[in-house]
Design a protein around this ligand. Structure first.
Ligand SMILES: [Zn+2]
Length: 322
């Protein structure tokens, strides 16, 4: 029984979303990047032809899932979401009302103006074993190197809840961003999703506020080994190659945290979306927000901020999944 505990993690107030996400466990082979590229191409085509969401579409997904998942799993529909898991239907309903709905509301206020027009499947697995079984049944792949996966072709999250509740927030951010901004640059997509691995609601419950987490330590350790990539390089060239995936994830998460603290993250996302045809990496919009023509000036500010924030609170390593 995972859900009540699970649902508590986004109770409105000061409760933090604590989590770990995939890419941490073992950055591993580059197959996710490959999958992502393929999925991107498919999803961009899909985005132009998807019909409006119908309740029937959700029910069809639920019926299909019922045939593919273990017999004792439950599936419930809360349009546009189809939730399934190795827990009771009541627990799935509680997760929807206590966790998913307030998170979706906050993210729609902050970033996402376009609601999904397709069903989004959310599968919650309470143990490592059920997570493995779920992925094997759906994809014939184990996926145990990750704690959560979002498939852009299937519009489906599979989350290993046992690894930490914030994994759901990470993958849910991907799913909603996909619907809102299908061509969102990967570096920003992963930065936003990773930011929400550990966050809390604002006092009025209308916003998610990212917090420091273990990736900060990983990033600072990486900085001591060698200089970070430039922001321009992070945004313009391959993201999360297998030999630097952990550093790239930490880098983009902390860059989003830096923008959040400057109150620039939300306007940056929207500028990026509105100008993606002429500024596909977002760097031009970033320079405009910082009133500079040189992204190097932004990097200097970020590096100084990162160094100063090292002693403020200190990230927790206690729940790292690797
Ligand atoms: Zn991600």
């Amino acid at each position: 029984m995972v859900t009540l505990t699970h649902g508590q993690f986004v109770a409105i107030g000061s409760v933090a979303l604590v989590a770990l996400c995939y890419a941490v466990a073992a950055p591993g082979p580059s197959h996710r990047a490959t999958q992502r590229s393929h999925d991107d191409a498919v999803s961009r085509r899909e985005a132009t032809v998807k019909p409006s969401l119908q309740v029937d579409a959700c029910r069809a997904v639920a019926n299909s899932l019922g045939q593919r998942l273990p017999a004792d799993w439950n599936v419930v529909v809360h349009e546009p979401f189809v939730l399934g898991g190795d827990c009771s239907a009541d627990s799935l309903d509680a997760t929807y009302h206590e966790t998913i709905l307030p998170t979706v509301r906050a993210l729609s206020i902050q970033y996402f103006d376009h609601a999904p027009t397709w069903p989004i499947t959310i599968l919650l697995c309470s143990t490592d074993a059920s997570y493995r079984e779920c992925n094997q049944r759906l994809e014939a792949r184990e996926r145990s190197e990750y704690s959560g996966i979002y498939s852009r072709t299937e519009h489906r999250l599979v989350v290993n809840v046992a690894t930490g509740d914030g994994t759901l927030a990470h993958e849910l951010t991907h799913a909603l961003a996909h619907a809102d901004f299908p061509t969102l640059p990967e570096w920003l997509d992963e930065g936003l999703a990773s930011l929400h691995e550990e966050c809390e609601f604002s006092a009025d419950g209308l916003r998610l506020v990212g917090l420091d987490n273990w990736r900060g330590t990983a990033l600072r350790e990486a900085c001591q080994r060698e200089p970070l990539r430039s922001v321009s390089d992070l945004a313009s060239n391959r993201f999360a190659a297998s030999d630097r995936a952990a550093t790239d994830y930490a880098h983009t998460r902390y860059f989003c945290l830096f923008l959040q603290q400057k109150r620039l993250l939300e306007p940056f996302y929207r500028k990026c979306r509105s100008r993606v045809e002429t500024d596909p990496t977002g760097i031009d919009s970033l320079c405009e927000l910082f009133a500079t023509t040189h992204s190097r000036e932004i990097e200097v500010q970020f590096t100084e901020w990162l160094a100063k924030s090292a002693g403020a609170g200190g990230p927790s390593l206690s729940r790292r999944a690797d």
